[in-house]
Write a protein that binds this ligand. Structure first.
Ligand code: AHM
Ligand code: MG
Length: 335
C-alpha cells in the first residue's frame, strides 16, 4: 500500500520555494484537484449516472459537445470560481472569457482548460482527461479580457493534466520538473507515485492519425515514410505505432516510456492551422514535456514561444522524445 506524500503536501512544499508566495497558489491547485476528482467520479460511473451521449449543442469550433464535456466544464467553473484566487477563466467549451461572478472575490491568476480532452472516447470507455494552464493576470487588470490570456506558453506558472484511465492520474509542473500522482480512490487523495518524470531522448514509437496522411506537408510525409520503412529504409530500425485519439493518454505514455506524438498541419480544412488548440492543449502539454526533457514544436518553431492571437487558436503539434522531434524539425528546415 502506498502512503506517500499527498498532492497538497507536495504543492505546499513547492510554494515555499517561491519567495513572497501567500498560499494562494496552493489553495488554487487544491480546487483544480477537487474538480478533477469530481470529473473522475462522473467518468467512472458513466452510464450508471446518465452522463454519456451527445448533447444538442456545439462549441465555438463547431464540434458537437458530449454531455460529459458540458458537465466537466461546469465542474471546473464551479470548483474554481468561488475562492478568490482567479481573475478569470477560459475553456475549450466556452466562446469567450468566463468572468468570475460578482458575489466572489477576484484573484491574481488566470486559468485556461480543456475540461474533457479526447471526449470522442467517452462512449467507448477509453481514456480521457482534463488539461489546465495557469498564468498570472497582468498587473492592474481586475476584469480580464481575451487579450489578457494571450500570453506565450513560457509565461505559464503551472500546467497539468488529469488522466481518467485504469487509474486516475494527475501530472503537474510548476517549472521545477514533472511529478505524477495516482488517485487513491479509498482515501480520496492523489499520492505522489511518479516523482521526477523524464522522457527518454530516443524512441521507436510514434503516434499520428495515419488517415490524414495524404493531407500532410512533405516533411511529415518523409518522416513517417522513413518510420514505416523500418530496417529496410534510412532509419535502419523498426518502429511501433500507437493512436489513442486522446492527447492526455498519448502524453502520459510518452512521459512513461518515450515516444513522439504528432498532430501536424494538413490541407484537409485549409482554414485550420492544425487540430489542437494552442492555449489549453499545446502550451500546457509543451510545458510538461519540456520540463521532462522532451521537446514541443510546430516543426518550424518552439510552441511555448509563440505569441498567441486567439483563445481558440489551432496549431500543429509535434512533441516527445528529443532526438525524434529534432529530426522532424530538421526535415522542415531541409524542405
Ligand atoms: P477534443 O479536445 O475535441 O477531444 O480534441 C482533441 C483530441 C486529442 O486528444 C487527440 O489527440 C485528437 O483530438 C484526436 O483527433 P482525431 O480524432 O482526429 O484522431
Ligand atoms: Mg481537447
Amino acid at each position: 500500500m502506498h502512503t506517500g506524500e499527498t498532492i497538497t503536501q507536495f504543492i505546499s512544499k513547492e510554494q515555499r520555494r517561491i519567495s513572497g508566495a501567500s498560499g494562494d497558489f496552493t489553495a488554487l491547485l487544491n480546487d483544480v484537484v477537487t474538480a478533477c476528482k469530481y470529473i473522475s467520479s462522473a467518468v467512472n460511473q458513466g452510464a450508471l449516472v446518465g452522463v454519456l451521449g451527445t448533447a444538442s449543442s456545439e462549441n465555438i469550433q463547431g464540434e458537437t459537445q458530449k454531455e460529459l464535456d458540458i458537465i466537466s466544464n461546469d465542474i471546473f467553473l464551479k470548483s474554481n470560481e468561488w475562492a478568490g484566487h482567479l481573475a478569470g477563466m477560459a475553456s475549450e467549451e466556452m466562446d469567450d472569457v468566463y468572468e468570475i461572478p460578482s458575489e466572489y472575490p477576484k484573484g491574481k491568476y488566470l486559468m485556461l482548460f480543456d475540461p474533457l480532452d479526447g471526449s470522442s472516447n467517452i462512449d467507448v470507455n477509453l481514456s480521457v482527461g482534463s488539461i489546465f494552464s495557469i498564468l498570472h493576470c497582468p498587473s492592474g487588470v481586475t476584469d480580464p479580457k481575451a487579450k489578457d490570456f494571450l500570453q506565450p506558453g513560457t509565461k505559464q506558472v503551472c500546467a497539468g493534466f488529469a488522466l481518467y484511465g485504469p487509474s486516475t492520474m494527475l501530472v503537474l509542473t510548476t517549472g521545477n520538473g514533472v511529478s505524477g500522482f495516482t488517485l487513491d480512490q479509498n482515501v480520496g487523495e492523489f499520492l505522489l507515485t511518479h516523482p521526477n518524470m523524464k522522457i527518454p531522448a530516443d524512441t521507436q514509437e510514434f503516434a499520428i492519425n495515419m488517415s490524414n496522411q495524404r493531407f500532410w506537408e512533405a516533411p511529415m510525409q518523409r518522416y513517417i515514410d522513413e518510420c514505416l520503412a523500418g530496417t529496410t529504409g534510412a532509419r535502419d530500425k523498426d518502429f511501433n505505432m500507437r493512436w489513442v485519439a486522446s492527447m492526455v493518454a498519448e502524453v502520459y505514455r510518452i512521459l512513461t516510456r518515450g515516444g513522439i506524438f504528432m498532430y501536424p498541419a494538413d490541407t484537409k480544412d485549409p482554414s485550420k492551422a492544425g487540430k489542437l488548440r494552442l492555449m489549453y492543449e499545446a502550451n500546457p502539454m509543451g510545458f510538461i514535456v519540456e520540463q521532462a526533457g522532451g521537446l514541443c514544436s510546430t516543426g518550424r518553431e518552439r510552441i511555448l514561444e509563440i505569441q498567441p492571437e486567439g483563445l481558440h487558436q489551432r496549431i500543429p503539434v509535434i512533441l516527445g522524445s528529443q532526438n525524434e522531434v529534432e529530426r522532424v524539425i530538421s526535415y522542415h528546415r531541409d524542405a
